[in-house]
Write a protein that binds this ligand. Structure first.
Ligand SMILES: *Cc1c(COP(=O)(O)O)cnc(C)c1O
Length: 448
């Protein structure tokens, strides 16, 4: 019986897998304010050259620098675990495996990209990294990575989270980052907003605008983004590459792969290496799982839209609910994004990926079942994948199919216990699909 399938350290992948090399159609280009494709140089004010190269690369395998593999080895390879106790509780004929990304120092998959991003910036002489964070998962991952390479990290944290989530703020400070409650007086965007509304609680859109403004205006500083962009998904493919090797060690191959999907980075990270196999004759179904209250892939429109609420970023072709759509305040903060990765969107549009939406209470039911069987308390985001896996395993119980199911446990929920508390007290809400709000924000899509 193999409960945990370990890989030795030297089996950390030597290369990232770039799905662009195997896509049936070239990726759609990002567009500038004039509706014309933007060149790589448009990004050079805020990103280092090696990251921009990766963003536009079509090369299948991209070498992971030894200095990055060394840092990833702090916790990688992550264990692949067979969820025997969950299988037994469900009485399913399926085999369920999960790739445990919660074992990173920050508690999620996000350091897989924070570390190479910090490394490339360091190599190009950058002194400071600037970013935004909502609930704090990305900010804490970048704080960790900045500390590893001796970079200053400045985080604009949405004010409401800054006040409500002191523990993630303290994690960032422990790793040496400077954390500011956004809107701040440090940027023009922030000063303008505070002049109009001194009590503004901030938003992710405002925090992004502040971070980008400061990074663009300071030659020694760059910006770093924790999801959505091609290079972030590229860095996350270590998840799928390791999982494939680990499954092969026990003679298994998945029929279906699941992951929670916010901006698409942990989903792309586990799914793309398997998508490569589909191109050579395998038939594995790859399922992105999102909240019914922010149903980007399942209910959004596939069109060009801005990446941020205030329309400062280039436009990308993606599934979107409209850039100024305000998702209900669900507890899976990492899944409250109006859009999705361009790569995930295009491959989904072409029918190579699938998506499902799950309601909030159902996700917590599944997460608590997981905690009571497998022992790990999952992040609310991860609960989405667990709920979809549980549903599939129960469906297979009816039909008698014995499938092999794999999912990413994208993070642990130790900093989300207030959400679990609300679930236990019966205070958690199931938001209806916000049809009217989505219709209204889709009517405000950019026209060019
Ligand atoms: C940020 C986050 C997500 C969602 O982000 P993706 O880019 O879609 O992976 C999912 N799970 C956890 C634990 C996160 O922190």
């Amino acid at each position: 019986m193999d409960k945990k399938i370990w890989l030795p350290e030297h089996e950390i992948p030597t290369h990232w897998y770039n799905v662009v090399a195997d896509m049936p159609n070239a990726p759609t280009p990002p567009l500038g304010p004039d509706g014309q494709p933007i060149g790589p140089d448009a990004l050079s004010a805020i990103f280092p050259n090696s990251i921009i190269e990766q963003e536009v690369s079509a090369e299948r395998w991209i070498k992971i620098p030894d200095e990055v593999r060394e840092k990833l080895a702090t916790w990688r390879p992550t264990p692949l675990v067979r969820a025997f106790a969950l299988e037994k509780a469900l009485g399913t004929p399926c085999k369920i495996f999960y790739k445990n990304e919660s074992v990173s120092p920050a508690g999620s998959h996000k350091p897989n990209s924070a570390i190479p991003q910090a490394y490339y910036n360091k190599m190009e002489g950058v002194k400071r990294l600037i970013t935004e964070t909502g609930a704090g998962q990305w900010g804490s991952s970048l704080a960790l990575a900045g500390q590893m390479y001796g970079l200053d990290v400045r985080v604009f944290m949405v004010k409401v989270s800054y006040n409500q989530k002191p523990y993630r703020r303290l994690m960032m400070q422990t790793w040496g980052a400077e954390v500011h409650a956004s809107p701040t007086n440090l940027t023009q965007v922030g000063r303008d907003i505070l002049a109009k509304d001194p009590d503004s609680q901030g938003s992710l859109g405002i925090a992004i605008s502040e971070a980008v403004e400061e990074a663009a205006g300071n030659p020694e500083a760059n910006y770093a983004l924790g999801s959505v962009l091609n290079h972030v998904l590229l860095h996350q493919t270590v998840i799928g590459l390791e999982a494939k090797k680990q499954l092969a060690m026990v003679g298994e191959y998945p029929d279906m792969v699941f992951a929670p999907c916010g901006g698409g980075s942990n989903f792309g990270g586990i799914a793309f290496p398997f998508l490569a196999d589909n191109a050579t004759g395998k038939n594995v179904r790859l399922v992105a799982v999102e909240p019914t209250s922010c149903p980007t892939l399942t209910k959004g429109e596939y069109t060009y839209d801005f990446g941020d609420a205030s329309g400062l970023t280039p436009m990308t072709k993606m599934y979107t609910l409209g850039h100024d759509f305000m998702p209900p305040g669900i507890h899976a903060g990492g899944l409250r994004y109006h859009g999705d990765s361009a790569l995930v969107s295009q491959l989904y549009h072409e029918g190579l990926l699938e998506a499902r939406a799950v309601s909030q209470i159902r996700t917590f039911e599944a997460g608590v079942l997981f905690a009571r069987t497998e022992g790990i308390i999952p992040a609310p985001e991860s609960n989405h994948a667990i709920a979809a896996v549980v549903d599939e395993a129960l469906r297979c119980k009816e039909t008698g199919e014995a499938k092999t199911l794999l999912f990413t446990l994208s993070g642990h929920g130790h900093f989300d216990m207030v959400s679990y508390d609300r679930y236990f007290k019966g205070e958690l809400e199931d938001y209806d699909y916000p049809e009217e709000a989505i219709k209204a924000s889709l009517a405000r899509l950019p026209k060019f």
